[in-house]
Design a protein around this ligand. Sequence first.
Ligand code: AMP
Ligand code: GLY
Length: 417
Amino acid sequence: MKVLVIGGGAREHALCRSLSLDPDVTSLHCAPGNAGIAEVAQLHAVDALDGAAVAALATRLEADLVVVGPEAPLVAGVADAVRAAGIDCFGPSREAAALEGSKAFAKDVMAGAGVPTARSYVCTVPQEVDEALDAFGAPYVVKDDGLAAGKGVVVTGDLETARAHANACERVVIEEYLDGPEVSLFAITDGTTVLPLQPAQDFKRALDGDEGPNTGGMGAYSPLPWADPKLVQEVLETVLQPTVDELRRRGTPFSGLLYAGLAITSRGVRVIEFNARFGDPETQVVLARLRTPLAGVLRAAARGALDDLEPLRWSGEAAVTVVVASHNYPDTPRTGDPIEGLDAVATEDAPHAYVLHAGTKRDGDRVLSAGGRVLSVTATGADLTQARERAYAAVGRIALDGAQHRTDIAAKAAADA
Ligand code: AMP
Ligand code: GLY
């Protein structure tokens, strides 16, 4: 099978790594990719938001399967363009990707499907904003309706901050605050059959102890020793399957990766958000534990044939990933710094720990930082404690001027396990 992956972050590196280990994959391509992905896939330049260009590339490569990683191309309809060219594509249509692209649409689908989520109002004018903030009280949760690359959500105890964010957006969703730990649960679906993956937890704040600004994610781990063993089945029955069924009923079937961001509250599981693609950095730890070869699963989803698949097989090991971010991330990250120590990780820490590249690029013999999140160091172990030790040992070998990482990824879960 010839596979083309669209994107160029650590999530796509994790996908490409798994695909490169799959005996069914005869050639692997990625566009645009990054310096790390170049070691396992052939890279191509493409405007990932241009469906016609992606479809033309896939046709030229005679790809059997295209996997679209990030949300922006999905919301732009890239999967539709690939399918229109007669090529199997893993990723939802533009209409179904609105589940991530519009928070108001997601709320409407959840209401139709009876899926538990925070109570909310959609507001467009200041008076509605004030009424909604007043109705829920502090802490305030204000979400830009559209895609905002992780910057659209403000959770604050300060009324003026909440009001200012709401009024800076064209359309906002204001909702009740959900307390309790967060879980990310991914499911692969073909629009009818839903195959949940293993749950993971990510760390969204920049600094240890969940301090500092929100980021795209600073680390993740799986499994969750503290979670109820029945959690996955419960979420399948109350969240994932009803959502997939509702979208199919509406004539916009969702095939691809359905990402449920959940809060485990004292009153039960609630959906915080849906995404229409693999999450980053959770993908790094979930795929580290998946034993079933990936390509066949993704192609079965693209073809509407998930029902024929054997149950997924999982490693009993734990996985931890630690994101190394550049100086000043997430504000105005500095790029262009050389990254040292990658070879040391490859010789000292493999195969239990390895580096997945996010924002990197090659410059002759050197690898330079090229984005806010630069690397995701992923490790497996018999338990979270060992996976953590291995991940942080590898992080310690990497030198990047001004780099930052959290030191407490999976620490609490490992200690409590
Ligand atoms: P989102 O972009 O929807 O994932 O939101 C980013 C983060 O904001 C989430 O991971 C939560 O930590 C927080 N958040 C979003 N909605 C709520 C809510 N209703 N109650 C509490 N925290 C929330
Ligand atoms: N881990 C959060 C996200 O991918 O949106």
